[in-house]
Design a protein around this ligand. Structure first.
Ligand code: ADP
Ligand code: MG
Length: 254
C-alpha cells in the first residue's frame, strides 16, 4: 500500500486510489468506534476478518444477481472495488428488535418483529447520523424516487438471502446496515451495493444461545470481540488462511 494515494480515511477503512480509473483500494483497519465515535478502541485482527467476510458476502450476493462494487480481494487487509457515487444514506434492515429500535420504542431486545423493517439514516458524522424518512431523502435530493425503489428492492433481497445464509450455520441476522452507490457505465446508471457487510454493521446472534457475535461485544464491553467475528467466519468456512501471523497490530484496548 506504500505508493498509493490516500483519498479518504474513515472510522474503519481507508480508501486509496486504485490501479485503474474508476477503481479504489479499500483498506480494512482494526479501529473500532461506537456511539457516534464517542467510544473508540482497537480490535486486533478485525480488519483482516472483515475484509474476508465482506468479500465472501459480496460474492454470494453477486451470485444471486445483486450488483456490488466488489472486484477482488488483493491481500489480507485490502480489496479492489469500483468507485461509486455514494448515496449519503445508511439503510438499516431489522428482523429482531435490538439497539436503538428497542431503546426508542421500548420493545424488548430479542422480540421478533412482525415483518422486516427498513430505516434510513443520513450519513453525517457531525449530526450523529440522524434517522430520516424517505420524504427527506427525496425532498433534499439525496436520491430520487426511482433510486429508492431500487434500493428497497435490493435491500429486501439482500435481507432474505443473508437471513438464510446465516441461519444455515446457526446464526440469526438480527439487523444490518448497508450503503449503496451510483455506478455509471457509459450513460447508464446502476445502483450497486457498496461499502462493506461485516460483523461491524450486522447484529449476529447464535441461534441456540443468543450469544452476540458482532460489534455489540465491543459496544457493551462483553469482551472477546475478535473471537465473535472469527466465529462468524469459521462457521461459514472462510477463516483467513494465514492465521494469527497475518494479523499485526497493537494489543486490544477496549
Ligand atoms: P466512515 O467513517 O465514513 O463510515 P469507513 O471507515 O466506513 O468510513 O470508510 C469507508 C468510506 O468509503 C465510507 O464513507 C463509504 O461511504 C465510502 N465508500 C464505500 N464504498 C465506496 C465505493 N465503492 N466508492 C466510493 N466510496 C465508497
Ligand atoms: Mg463506515
Amino acid at each position: 500500500m506504500a505508493r498509493r494515494r490516500q483519498l479518504y480515511e474513515g472510522k474503519a477503512k481507508i480508501l486509496f486510489e486504485g490501479p485503474e480509473p474508476g477503481t479504489l483500494v479499500q483498506y480494512f483497519k482494526d479501529d473500532a468506534t461506537a456511539f457516534n465515535a464517542q467510544k473508540k478502541g482497537i480490535i486486533t485482527g478485525k480488519g483482516v476478518l472483515n475484509n474476508r467476510i465482506s468479500e465472501y458476502l459480496m460474492q454470494r450476493l453477486s451470485d444471486i444477481g445483486i450488483p456490488t462494487h466488489f472486484v477482488r480481494r488483493l491481500n489480507m487487509r485490502e480489496q479492489l472495488i469500483r468507485e461509486v457515487e455514494i448515496i449519503p444514506i445508511e439503510v438499516v434492515v431489522r428482523n429482531v428488535a435490538a439497539g436503538s429500535l428497542s431503546t426508542r420504542l421500548g420493545i424488548p431486545e430479542g422480540t421478533r418483529l412482525p415483518r422486516s423493517i427498513i430505516e434510513y439514516y443520513y450519513k453525517n458524522d457531525q449530526l450523529g447520523d440522524p434517522m430520516v424518512a424517505e420524504e427527506h431523502i427525496t425532498a433534499f435530493g439525496w436520491a430520487v424516487p426511482q433510486d429508492m425503489d431500487d434500493i428497497v428492492a435490493l435491500t429486501l433481497r439482500i435481507n432474505d438471502f443473508l437471513c438464510g445464509l446465516f441461519l444455515g450455520v446457526g446464526i440469526i441476522l438480527v439487523d444490518f446496515k448497508v450503503e449503496f452507490g451510483r455506478l455509471w457505465e457509459n450513460d447508464e446508471m446502476r445502483i450497486v451495493l457498496a461499502d462493506e457487510i461485516s460483523p461491524d454493521n450486522c447484529r449476529l446472534w447464535d441461534a441456540k444461545t443468543n450469544e452476540k457475535l458482532d460489534k455489540d461485544r465491543f459496544r457493551q464491553d462483553l469482551g472477546s470481540v475478535e473471537e465473535g467475528y472469527r466465529e462468524v467466519a469459521r462457521r461459514r468456512g472462510i477463516l483467513p488462511e494465514g492465521g494469527p501471523a497475518d494479523i499485526k497490530g497493537p494489543k486490544t484496548l477496549q
